[in-house]
Design a protein around this ligand. Structure first.
Ligand code: UT7
Length: 340
């Protein structure tokens, strides 16, 4: 009897690590004083409730593609490779205005990859950690040698400037990392999940069919902005996310004492503080607080926040960091990483 052909998989499993980091911060700085009037708020309230002093909003030229490319070029240079060597491009975003094709395909072309696999991930503010987990596992399995992971947003396009619950929070920017093969584990196991029962807590207000309408039922004709029930999300993030973060440490076999850096999604300074308290982070762990200057940039916030720690001299190559990202979905993901 003839045996069925055996499928071969020539690449042996290997470890993965972040090899390079790059970011793009839009040129336009928007202080709280510029947003308060439209939402009947104050600089004091915004700083007290969220920790935000200013944010950056992209100009028309600072597109998703442009910001991604700028961040990616830095990450590729730091990794010491060329665009041609990238096998896979993963873009996490919620604010790319084309449903198809993926932004990743255009960015992969602009970076000079040789027809890299390219796709976008929709996991909102959890997007960067989701994409990093996928990119890292692709490298580990041999499906890609070098994966480029980008988190990028133009949330100013999808935020209603008169909405008190969101107008002062959301912002724009991009961050990218190159993930490649490594002799040691550079990206720990991901702990991730979602809670679709709370799907409506942060969402695009309506779907595109309701915007466009039908001959019988005219649509709203308005941009379907993000809407958020801030307080329930705040309570969920402050309590449930610390457990996820501790589980990621546990899965990676490290303790809070081993950590050098805590880089949570920059949603709200008070959420960051609540998580740090709940996890009992020791004093020596440096905590990313980029939200004060950058606002909440959703999928871009973790690489942007890490970049600031490095620039401020608070993080260095070889440091052990804990990433945790969370947001609409309610999707979340956490992993321990070694800083390149
Ligand atoms: O990135 C994705 C995940 N997102 C998050 O994790 C965001 C989570 N949520 C938050 O960050 C917070 O909920 C906010 C910063 C959005 C709001 O802070 P809060 O402490 O949850 O405020 P609240 O919504 O409970 O409102 C408290 C008070 C209310 O007044 P009363 O009822 O106490 O008199 C609001 O009407 O603050 C009032 N308020 C405002 N006042 C000035 C609400 N929005 C504003 C505003 N300016 N923009």
């Amino acid at each position: 009897m003839t045996q069925p052909p055996v499928i071969s998989h020539p690449v042996a499993p290997r470890e993965s690590a972040i090899l390079g980091l790059g970011v793009y911060r839009p040129s336009r700085i928007v202080p709280n004083s510029e947003v308060v009037e439209a939402i009947d708020s104050s600089d004091e309230w915004i700083q007290q409730r969220s920790g935000i002093k200013q944010r950056r909003w992209a100009t028309p030229d600072e597109t998703i593609e442009m910001m991604s490319q700028a961040a990616a070029e830095q990450a590729i240079a730091q990794a010491g490779i060329s665009g041609e060597q990238i096998d896979c491009v993963i873009v996490a975003t919620l604010s790319y205005m084309l449903n198809t094709p993926a932004a990743a395909a255009k960015i992969a072309f602009e970076l000079g990859t040789k027809h890299a696999a390219a796709f976008d991930i929709s996991a909102a503010c959890a997007g960067f950690s989701y994409a990093l987990a996928v990119g890292s596992d692709l490298v580990r399995a041999g499906s890609a040698r070098y994966a480029l992971v980008i988190g990028v947003e133009r949330l100013s396009d999808v935020t209603d400037p008169t909405d008190r619950g969101t107008a002062f929070i959301f912002a724009d920017g991009a961050g990218a990392v190159v993930v490649g093969p490594s002799d040691t584990v550079g990206v720990g196991p991901v702990v991730w999940g979602s809670d679709g029962e709370q799907f409506d807590l942060i969402r695009q207000r309506e779907d595109w069919r309701d915007v466009i309408g039908t001959p019988e039922q005219p649509g709203s004709g308005r941009m379907p902005h993000l809407v958020m029930h801030g307080n329930p999300v705040f309570r969920w993030a402050s309590f449930a996310m610390a457990k996820v973060a501790l589980e990621a440490l546990d899965r990676a076999g490290v303790s809070v004492d081993d950590l050098d850096l805590f880089v949570p999604h920059q949603a709200n300074m008070r959420i960051t503080d609540a998580m740090a308290r709940s996890m009992k982070l020791p004093e020596h762990v440096r905590i990313a607080r980029d939200i004060a200057e950058q606002g909440n940039t959703s999928a871009a916030s973790i690489p942007l926040a890490l970049d600031r720690l490095i620039r401020d001299g608070e993080a260095k190559s070889g440091d052990l960091a804990l990433f945790i990202a969370f947001g609409a979905g309610l999707a979340y993901a956490a992993q321990v990483v070694r800083i390149p």
